[in-house]
Structures are given as C-alpha cells and as structure tokens.
Design a protein around this ligand. Structure first.
Ligand SMILES: Cc1cc2nc3c(=O)[nH]c(=O)nc-3n(C[C@H](O)[C@H](O)[C@H](O)COP(=O)(O)OP(=O)(O)OC[C@H]3O[C@@H](n4cnc5c(N)ncnc54)[C@H](O)[C@@H]3O)c2cc1C
Length: 306
C-alpha cells in the first residue's frame, strides 16, 4: 500500500488504526480535535498527579497485549503488577449497596445479601457469559469469514454479539443489584444499557475469570506508549483540528476539512470534474457539520478547498 491515509480521531482506536496503516506502508496523518490524544482514555493532570480519565483497570490483558503487539507496542514495558480485587461498589437507589470483586463467590455473596436469589442468578449468568466468550474468543484474534463463524460454533454465541446489554439482562432474568453489577462497566463509561452492545455483558466473565490489573502508573500510560509509537513510526499528528466535513468526489473521500486546514488522502481525485459532496453520513464523529441545513446523514455540494 502506498496511499496517503488520513485517520480522523486520536482515541486509542484511531491511534492503533494509524499505526496499522503505517505498518502497511501508507504515509499517515492523524487528525485530532483536541490538543491531547487518547479520547475517552485520556488523563487529567492536577497537583503533580496524573489521573486516568477513562479506564483505570485492564481486563483481558492477553488480548490487549496481542492487539498492541500487532502495531509494535509492547505492553510489558509497563509495570503491570498492581492487581485489583475490588472493582466497584454500587449503591442502589433502593438502599442496597453491593461490592463487585474480581472473586465471583464474594460478589455473589454480596448480591445475595442485597437481594435473596440474585447471587445465584448472577453466578448462572457469568457461567453462560464465560461459555459465550470461549466460543467467540478464537475469532477475536484471527481474520475470518462468515463461514468460519458458523463452522467454529461461534454462531451459538450470536445473541451475545447481536442483542443489547439490556436485552441480555432481561433474557437472563437479571434485575436490581445483579443487573447493576453486570451493567456497571457500561454505566461508568457513560453508556446506556439499552443501547450498549451485547459484548458488554461478557465483561463480568472476564473479570471473574482473569481478574484485573493496572499499570503501576495508571492506564493512561498505554496512551503514552501509543503516542511514542506514532512518533517512532513517523505518523504526522495534527492536533486542535476538529474535522467538520468529509468531502467526497464520486465515492472515496477527497478532502477532510477542519479549521486547521484541509487534508487530502492520496487516492482522491483532486482534479476530477466530479462534484464534491460534503458528507456527514456513516460516521459517528462529533462536530461534523456540512453547514446550515445539512444535518447528520445528508450530503450537499461544497466548493473545492484551496
Ligand atoms: C470511565 C470509563 C471507563 C472505561 N473503562 C473501560 C475498560 O475498563 N475497558 C475497556 O475496554 N474500555 C473502557 N472504557 C471505554 C474505552 O475507554 C473506550 O472504548 C475507548 O477509549 C474508545 O476509543 P476510541 O478510539 O474508539 O474512541 P474515543 O476515545 O472516543 O476517541 C475518539 C477521538 O476522536 C476525536 N474526535 C471526535 N470527533 C472528531 C472530529 N470531528 N475531528 C477530529 N477528531 C475528532 C475525539 O476527540 C477523540 O480523541 C471506559 C471508558 C470510560 C469513559
């Protein structure tokens, strides 16, 4: 690949995408709205201490290690010795309080105290989630076809990938404290269980089986590792550049527009006579705006950027 690639958004996903494109030979610009990379996994510095603004423990560190390894980032350069046993304490509006531990028995006991019967239901749910995770896990680290989804037996775990978290809670008769213990991972990230994807229901299986670790200096250090890798790889990071529009000329993106300038992927047809269109469809990026009268999902003609 010799294209010039533009990645919009410097969260963990965008940083990894930029590194992957670079490793495949593209020249890459990473365009980030804020002055800081990391997105939801960013940190906040105050009084000489840096606080994690997003995740503060790592679940499934093996697959994280695998994913980072693919872009040449070695998780083991961080000191991962800090193990967490208590994940969260949840106080319900009905007056109950439940601590979620990495230890399943302890958590189930907490739930039982808060609501008789809920400990056993939670335990059964975690067992089912663990079985679904085992079915899906092999496919998480291999490129696969839809056929492999069927032949590997992963299709049996399809509800865990297709339903929403709330639907899975209902299907498994989880409510009250047990539903809260399962949804907490979604709620702390500001998500809505009704819209959160089914895989969020697999998190309790991960934490009770594999436990949780934290880099001694905080999870934001992973963002630091990725940032250093971007510099090493020669990715150009453009900060303070909220992309306002993705302009297309008969298909692929021709320009990406932001107050910091316009950026052009190499495959664009800058000299094409095709009309340029500003598109806000098929993206969840914030602040994309084609101008007045053009909301999400629409497109309109725009002038070619200079
Ligand atoms: C409190 C909390 C706890 C969490 N705990 C966990 C956990 O334990 N485990 C886990 O796996 N996940 C956890 N998450 C979720 C995890 O942090 C996110 O899923 C992940 O960081 C998302 O990365 P992303 O790159 O997909 O998106 P984001 O982090 O949202 O990155 C998007 C980036 O795009 C930029 N951007 C947006 N619009 C534009 C634009 N128009 N132009 C240019 N740039 C733009 C944003 O500024 C941002 O930097 C947690 C999240 C929170 C908030």
């Amino acid at each position: 690949m010799t294209e010039h690639t533009i990645v919009i958004g410097g969260g963990v996903g965008g940083m990894v995408a930029a590194l992957r494109a670079r490793r495949h030979g593209a020249s890459v610009q990473l365009v980030e709205a804020r002055d800081q990379l990391g997105g939801l996994a960013s940190s906040v510095a105050a009084g000489g201490t840096t606080f994690d603004g997003g995740p503060y423990i790592l679940l499934d560190q093996d697959r994280l290690r695998w994913a980072l390894d693919r872009v040449g980032v070695d998780l083991d350069t961080l000191d991962l010795v800090v193990r967490s046993t208590l994940a969260y304490t949840i106080d319900g509006a009905a007056g109950w309080s439940v601590a979620v531990y990495t230890d399943l028995d302890r958590t189930a006991e907490e739930l039982k105290q808060a609501e008789p019967g809920s400990g056993d239901r939670y335990r059964a749910f975690v067992a089912k989630a663990g079985a679904a995770l085992d079915r899906l896990a092999p496919l998480l680290t291999e490129a696969h076809s839809a056929g492999r989804f069927v032949t590997s037996g992963a299709w049996r775990a399809a509800p865990w990938t297709l339903a929403s978290l709330r639907q899975l809670l209902r299907l498994n008769r989880l409510d009250g404290p047990a539903a809260a213990a399962t949804s907490i991972w979604t709620l702390i990230a500001g998500g809505d269980p009704a819209r959160a994807p089914g895989p969020m229901a697999l998190v309790p299986a991960l934490i009770h089986r594999d436990g949780a670790v934290r880099p001694a200096g905080g999870v934001h250090q992973i963002v630091g590792l990725l940032e250093a890798a971007l510099v090493d790889a020669g990715v150009e990071v453009i900060r303070n550049a909220p992309v306002e529009a993705i302009v297309t000329a008969s298909g692929p993106a021709a320009f990406v527009l932001s107050p910091a300038g316009s950026f052009r992927p190499k495959w664009s047809s800058a000299t094409s006579a095709a009309p340029l269109r500003c598109s806000t469809s098929s993206t969840s990026l914030r602040r994309l705006d084609c101008g007045s009268g053009c909301g999400a999902g629409c497109s309109r003609r725009v002038s070619r950027p200079t």
